[in-house]
Design a protein. Sequence first.
Lengths: 201, 283, 322
Amino acid sequence: MRLPETESRPCTALHRASPRVKLVAALMLAAFTALLPRRLGPVYFAPAAVLGGLWLASRMPLLYGLRRLLLAQTFILGIALLCLFSPSARPGFPATVCKSNLCVLALLVLGWTTPFPELLQALRRMRLPAVMLTSLALMYRYLPVLAEEARRMERARACRTFSRKRRMAWQNLGVILGRLFVRTAERAERIYLAMCARGWR
Amino acid sequence: MNYEAGMKGGWGAEGAVGLGLEGQRLASGAEAGVPALRVCELSYRYPQGRVALEKVSFSVAPNECIGVLGPNGAGKSTLLLHLNGLLPDPLPKEPDIRVEDKPLVAGTVDLIRQRVGLLFQDPEDQLISASVFEDVAFGPRQMGVSGPDLRGLVERCLGLVGLKGFEGREPHRLSHGEKRRVCLAGVLACGPSVLVLDEPSSGLDPRGRREFKAMLRGLPGAKLIATHDLELVVDLCSRVLILDGGRLVAEGPTLSLLSNQELMLAHGLEKPHSLLHHHPHGC
Amino acid sequence: MHLPDGFLDAKTALLSTGAAAAGVGLALRQARRTLEPRQMPMLGLAAAFVFAAQMLNFPVGGGTSGHLLGGVLTAVLLGPAAAVVVMTCVLVVQCLVFNDGGLLALGANVFNMAIVNTCGGFLVFRLLKRVMRMEDNRATVFAAAFAGWFGTVLASITCAGQLALSGQSPWSVAFPAMALVHMVIGVGEGLATALITMAVLRARPELVAGTDGEARAPARGVLGYGLLIALGLVVFVAPFACPWPDGLEAVAKSLGFASQAAPPLIKGPVSEYRLPFISSMAAATAAAGVIGAILAFIGAYGLARFLAPGLDAAKKDAPSGN
């Protein structure tokens, strides 16, 4: 699992802006876009222009943005296709796809300019409950650790698996994930001790 | 990298790296005759019933460095967890452990946890925050330090472990040695007078081991090092405790104990290379 | 099932976000009360575990692979309150870091996947465990397998309801499409849930908290989730699934939706389509659902017997008194 690499990102004004402002701005942009009428029209240029400008200002690489947008199409088109099956909803298809993509773009720019730990700070100021914040922080921190453990266990299993049967694959995955859960629980226990050792209550 | 240089007036007796916690500190261990740590007949049984420690007793003088050796399963890590009150849960009313002559009971455990800094074996378990700065700041934050004081403290501690400028780095992109040093910085930031280290050199490459050893040598205060790294013990520790099956089977000066081939082999250890060939390392 | 932005209209998004907030709030309160401090870090770590688990490929055949959703699994392993918090964390990170699921749709996604899937599945899990006369491990595996299937299907239904209520896609299209697809996906989910639960039971049975009975999920708390899910079904599904159009006119008027411009949809699919095969799609899907549930039940039973056969035999062989 590759967490987005934030250390080598450019430092633009957008990157330096307050994360709370950015989060609220993204929300408002997305809300405005989502509430646009279900027919493509000139009003769509407004959010498109704003987002295009933000893309440029944030110096997000073109390929990176396009690649992420492409990935998002699987979900967007998948659900949007449902409205093709109904005569009354069909005309709304292009508008819906457009809206969706603009909203994804807003989230992309937010993610590019604001590393997740900063977003957590913003959420903390917005009074998100402490349990959620700690859990989100720990989750983000240990994602790559657990992903690496899972990958290592998969590799070790692959070295000892000589059959291509699907049943074996499922059973192996079950065992791997079961063991990963146990190791995660044990690690959580050690993390608790380490936090207490430095004064956490 | 000269770690000793940062030590003058650094942390220790006169202010725990400038934390100014005088009002809350226990009696300084610099008072004559008071051991930094004293353990009296400590016993512990796992919840499943197995005996982990049996009547272990020893003491550590204020600036002494002690090695804790023993085969796997001897109870070293369990012993270390007792030294800052993480075990047993809940703490006993009759304390088996005294830190700077204060008993380790439920009422004093918060203060004692600040005085006894525990470095865990796997830095991955101790490095819990999203950035190096946040992690080193974790301990002092719990103690109420904030603002420019906090920033200065984190900077000093990172300097002590040779990681100047690492504040903004992300933990999962650090090397194993760097992670371990960040954890040490985080422990030092709490201003302990006793450092307890669980396998500090495990997983380090030879250069990492050398640098870590030099760094440890430069840190004042009492140190207790549980390790399999016998060369580290020969270089840093004046005294050694040998645990086996939960019992303290031997205690004494490093060179004489470690030169005793029979004793070492009897407890799953061996005579270290440097003593085998009669040339102590000068590193 | 992650809904992107731009599909839900304002009222649906607000309703789902409100329901999600209520559910997560309930879960946080319950977690604070029932979890000990030493279990708090596990919430974050379990979220990382679910995410890592979702990354692994479960081969389905023909070159495609499926992925675990993990809501019911988490509820079986950690209890419903912790599971809701964990799945919410997963969804938040997926939205903010990986752009999987929209920001405004986060409320709906949390409601569907963290509450309906997780708690709906857990309720069924508890019910089955209590009702089936099976020895403990086998009952757990069986209940987990069926609950995994059920939770997935139920979440897809509320998702379809949200799409229909938004006027995005008519119920007669959304419901069959979502429900039928997820009845198939749910098989994999139930299977994976059962396999992983069995593996944990074998290694460290004390870690399966969902079987803890009163300790982890006091009846009052579980009732809370049940009510929330029922409310969700009433708001998102009932207007469409209800076979009495006049009755639902009344419901719609009292809920204030009848005045909305979008739906002739609320009148029911019959008014929109004259083609018989489409108008009965919804009914056909419902019938398929019942059949699917029976098949899932049987399949789960067989799976449980296969995965946990040994305990009875082992008990017979083991010398009495150890």
